[in-house]
Design a binder for this molecule. Structure first.
Ligand code: PLP
Length: 438
């Protein structure tokens, strides 16, 4: 990939040079780097509003990254800013119990059927880390079963065979993970129910839990094939292992709550984060009472956090739930826009003869440059054309459309996107597909 093909403007370039000196790799999260696109400076963002990001060089971008799935209401929504402003006037951090966290927990109990109790953390990573610890304590077993290419945060056990940003850099196996931790993690192919059943039948008596994204959002958007989640859950329960659904990406993305309600399979423990915080950091987990009562101070499983239940995150979460709840047509609109976008991309690819598979559910869209009929697992994504992907995303960026800079990340629409943005995007896709063929 030609590095001369500079994407960012001069102010971003200069900031990136400084960042490379002061911040390892120039980024605070590897997912934000341009490595998968051949390198170079990413645009540095000055402000965001609605469906747009504006960089320090004065360029506007239609934003389909949506903070890697953490946003659904659009940037800088006035109601959210008001909620944040009002909360901050009462103080930034109490280090004490406060009314908002009780209200938020009560509302989540109504939205998440298995959650008789919840706990808040500061991030999705912490939520999943504690959920796994809780499952190990509840079962008295060691082994964590999970699926290839999924991403569940950045604690040791889930970085064994991890997807998302780790896959982008070829770091499916992060350095620094002790062999003892790897020995207690089993990674199986997603969407292969027989493989999971075979493993669980043979070795499942050591399994504490099966951790799964009910719809994958970390090697593109990949939905479970019919029966996959049901069969995995049944096989896990048959050997006494708990089922953890990691809904850090999926909760509130497809409906006003967890997606498992729509899929018809219930977990024993569920984790959430991202969208709930409305732009502020949050995570959490919940389960039935007898499991949650194992968490300290009620029980012996320790989870703590200076930032857990942060008053500003909680205020933004309550405002997010209000805004989602008040907008009865939100998910229908996102689905209409998602369908239009996916159809436009498919048409463009068919016209130009570019082999492309497009997945879409509601406002989430994923492109796979492949001649295979479909992509159902991580190995399928691995076989996609990384060069075509990089050319495409760079060509989109040049036209003011910001896509996730990794073939493993999903495009997200928000409440602020309209037909106008989608039509502009489809026109840009046409030109970008030509760049793929060059
Ligand atoms: N679980 C899933 C499914 C995720 O996609 C992510 C982050 O992308 C996490 C957990 C980790 O969340 P956080 O980045 O808030 O630590």
């Amino acid at each position: 990939m030609a590095h001369a093909d500079i994407l960012a403007g001069p102010v971003s370039e200069a900031l990136y040079r400084r960042a490379l000196e002061a911040i390892t790799g120039g980024v605070n999260s590897p997912s934000r780097g341009m490595e998968a696109l051949g390198g170079g400076a990413p645009p540095f963002i000055e402000r965001a509003e609605g469906a747009y990001l504006y960089d320090v060089d004065g360029r506007a971008y239609i934003d389909y990254v949506q903070a890697f799935g953490a946003l659904i209401l659009g940037h800088a929504r006035p109601e959210m800013l008001r909620a944040l402003d009002e909360a901050s006037r009462r103080g930034l951090l109490f280090g004490a119990c406060h009314p908002g966290e009780v209200q938020l927990a009560e509302r989540l109990r109504q939205l998440f059927p298995v959650c008789e109790k919840v706990r808040f953390t500061a991030s999705g990573t912490e939520a999943v880390m504690t959920a796994v610890r809780l499952a190990r304590a509840a079962t008295g077993r060691r082994v964590l079963v999970k699926f290839e290419g999924s991403y569940h945060g950045h604690f040791d056990a889930v970085l064994v065979g991890a997807g998302s940003g780790a896959s982008t850099l070829g770091l499916d196996e992060s350095a620094g993970i002790p062999e003892g931790i790897k020995a207690d993690v089993v990674t199986l192919p997603y969407n292969d129910a027989p493989a999971a059943e075979r493993w669980l039948e043979a070795h499942g008596r050591d399994a504490a839990c099966v951790l799964v994204e009910p719809i994958v959002g970390n090697f593109g958007l990949v939905e479970p094939v019919p029966g996959f989640l049901e069969r995995v859950a049944r096989a896990a329960r048959a050997v006494g292992a708990l089922v953890i659904f990691d809904e850090v990406i999926t909760a509130f993305r497809f409906r006003p709550g967890p997606v498992y309600v729509e899929l018809g399979v219930e977990p024993d423990i569920v984790t959430f984060g991202k969208i709930l915080g409305g732009g502020l950091p949050i995570g959490g987990y919940g389960a039935r009472r007898h499991i949650m009562e194992l968490v300290a101070p009620a029980g012996p499983v320790y989870q703590d956090g200076t930032w857990a239940g942060h008053p500003l995150s909680v205020a933004c979460a309550l405002a997010t739930l209000d805004l989602i709840g008040q907008d009865a047509g939100l998910y229908r609109r996102l689905d209409d826009l998602g369908r239009a976008l996916a159809a436009g991309v498919r048409d463009g690819a068919a016209r130009r003869g570019v082999p492309l598979v497009v997945h879409q559910r509601c406002g989430a869209v994923s492109l796979f440059f492949t001649s295979e009929p479909d992509v159902r697992d991580f190995s399928g994504v691995r076989r996609t054309d990384a060069r075509a992907f990089a050319r495409f995303v760079r060509a989109m960026l040049r036209q003011g459309i910001l896509l996730p800079p990794s073939p493993y990340e999903v495009w997200f629409l928000s409440a602020a996107h309209t037909e106008r943005e989608v039509e502009r995007t489809i026109r840009a896709v046409d030109a970008a597909l030509e760049a793929v063929l060059d």
